[in-house]
Write a protein that binds this ligand. Structure first.
Ligand code: CDP
Length: 228
């Protein structure tokens, strides 16, 4: 049994946690899981079946039929799917259905990796509460809206900054106030505000926060690996 090193990254919508998680994973050679993609895939399934994302039976059916091969499908990045994902994510049975997959990924990362970087809303609080390194990422709503605007532009979708501020803040409010696994900073997570940081500066700041913690446990993970 190896001792996987988990870096948990939670944060508000479009705060840049996905980019940071991918870069940290590449830096350490760890596996990366974008847990938001799971909820987005469930939402896409509900939308494609023309059902109601707030309806437990509809959402649960989609969660049971989740197609992970579509995680790279640009369709899941649309704001319609984003809003629906927040609705399915508030349903406890949906979260329960996705829990084991995420915990297994944390414990036994694919590709024989020594560790995993997982980003989402409840990684440091629920999925991997024992993770040695945790970040809570945030940025001002106008900054996040502009980042999302550029991302959507790349997909040929044009949205006003004001609309996006409204959408992101409404989704954050829903994610923070739901009774099950709400978005919140774990007590042992480091806060990283990326409002005034470009991608490289944000990555450097993230690395400075997590590297002492990762270094501490990486040694024992390596020893376990050689013993096992
Ligand atoms: O990319 P963005 O930050 O806008 O969102 P995402 O990380 O893809 O997550 C989409 C939605 O899924 C969030 O608004 C949450 O409602 C939900 N989610 C969650 O509840 N728990 C997670 N671990 C990840 C996402």
């Amino acid at each position: 049994m190896t001792n996987s090193v988990v870096i948990a990254i939670d944060g508000t919508a479009a705060c840049g946690k996905g980019t940071l998680a991918r870069r940290l994973a590449r830096h350490y050679g760890f596996a990366h899981l974008d847990s938001g993609a799971l909820y987005r895939l469930v939402a896409l399934g509900v939308i494609e079946a023309m059902r109601d994302p707030s309806n437990e039976a509809d959402a649960l059916r989609a969660a049971g039929a989740i197609d992970l091969t579509r995680a790279g499908d640009p369709k899941i990045r649309s704001d319609v799917v984003g809003q629906a994902s927040s609705k399915v994510a508030a349903i406890p049975a949906v979260r329960a259905a996705l829990l084991q997959f995420q915990r297994d990924f944390a414990r036994t990362p694919p590709g024989n990796s020594l560790g995993a970087v997982i980003d989402g809303r409840d990684i440091g609080t629920v999925i991997a509460p024992d993770a040695p390194a945790k970040l809570f990422v945030d940025a001002r709503p106008d900054v996040r809206a502009r980042r999302r605007q550029m991302e959507l532009e790349g997909m040929g979708i044009s949205r006003s900054e004001a609309d996006l501020v409204a959408e992101l803040t409404a989704r954050d409010a829903a994610d923070k106030s739901r009774p099950v696994s709400p978005l919140k900073q774990a007590p042992d997570a480091d806060l990283l505000d990326t409002s005034d940081l470009g991608i490289d500066a944000a990555f450097a700041a993230a690395l400075a926060l997590v590297s002492p913690k990762v270094a501490k446990v990486l040694q024992s993970a390596l020893k376990d690996r050689h013993r096992g």
